[in-house]
Design a protein around this ligand. Sequence first.
Ligand code: PLP
Length: 435
Amino acid sequence: MTDKFPALNKNKVVQQLSTHTPLLWHNPQCLSTIEGLQHVGLTLEDVQDAAERLQRFAPLIAEAFPESRARGGIIESDLVEIPAMQQALAQQGPLHGKLWLKKDSHLPISGSIKARGGIYEVLVLAEKLALESGEFSEQDDYRRLLTPHFRQLFGRYKIAVGSTGNLGLSIGIMGATLGFQVIVHMSADAREWKKQRLRDHHVTVVEHQNDYSVAVEQGRQTAADDPYCFFIDDEHSPTLFLGYAVAGLRLPAQLAALGITVDQEHPLYVYLPCGVGGGPGGVAFGLKLAFGDAVRCYFAEPTHSPCMLLGLSTGYHDAISVQDIGLDNHTLADGLAVGRASGFVGRAMQSLIDGCYTLSDQRLSDLQLLLHHTENMSLEPSALAGMQGPLWMGNDPNPSPHAALDHATHLVWATGGSMVPKEEMQRYLAMGNLP
Ligand SMILES: *Cc1c(COP(=O)(O)O)cnc(C)c1O
């Protein structure tokens, strides 16, 4: 099965992963939140600082992106009940508690969870350059950064990034809006329409025939040789991570407004589609800060790309790839087509992630069609990975001792989809089967 890691040939989890067998894995290293938070290397203050920066930029975001004005330039998504979907899923297995959908699929600017991390990192960079120029202060009206003067300043700099699609879309659109020269290295999985959308924004798109890790490495190389080029490192960036984490701090108010209680007797289960890990890792960090032990975070991955489950369960983190155990990293879920997890996120979050599970591409397609059929909602395949979570919990033969599923809130994090072109969506939906 694996020549590079002979010790793993007897590992039960690796055996299941290498044969594409869907599985639920509880993380034996998960600690209490108070203990787990000690290992992250980032704190509540860091996330609050990110939230405040996003607040400072809100007038600029509202000015540049009309679709963000309903929330005053704060990039945030709705939380909605999906009762018809819940009823349909409950036909397939025990589903206790109540099902909710977090619609990051409909976030402004790029229609995916990457509108949190990617855009935030571009804003950090812009603020830093503006402040260093001596012509801007934190008390200024941030809309000034959209004027030709600052666009010219930003135009001297390049931003490079490697992406499976959505991160490039977020960074490309935000970067180009501020005047940066953006170069996006797209992996072979990236959809054509995402590349075209970027070219429409005058972003340079470099296409790669290889997977995500290679695209990232190319981006890193481009930047290394150029002092005016910043590389946004999806595999190692604490800044991206903090941008995602802000979501967690905002959730308590959103749940309270909907009358949803979260405490030990009313646990919150959150299911997060995972690629390299930054998005789900950052959100989970914010959620643990906000809810402590009352929240349980499960990461969802395709059976062909279970890089985080592999890295966490073996302890090898980014030293092992799914290819090392004979998997091909080919999946319909382009946002999750990552063969090697972020070592930074895996190590920072190894004591806070409650578990991971995998599901097949066909299951993703079936869930995509079922959601369309029951709720008339269209998401991209990656975004359905979380939908299997409540069934895994209901069917779990070894539930965690804290499982109080009857009063649970299940929150499926829908990570993308609102910008998928109609014809592309029709093709996706044609792949699914209804029960
Ligand atoms: C990027 C992405 C994810 C996962 O985020 P990572 O930071 O790569 O783990 C999930 N869903 C969609 C739609 C994405 O684009």
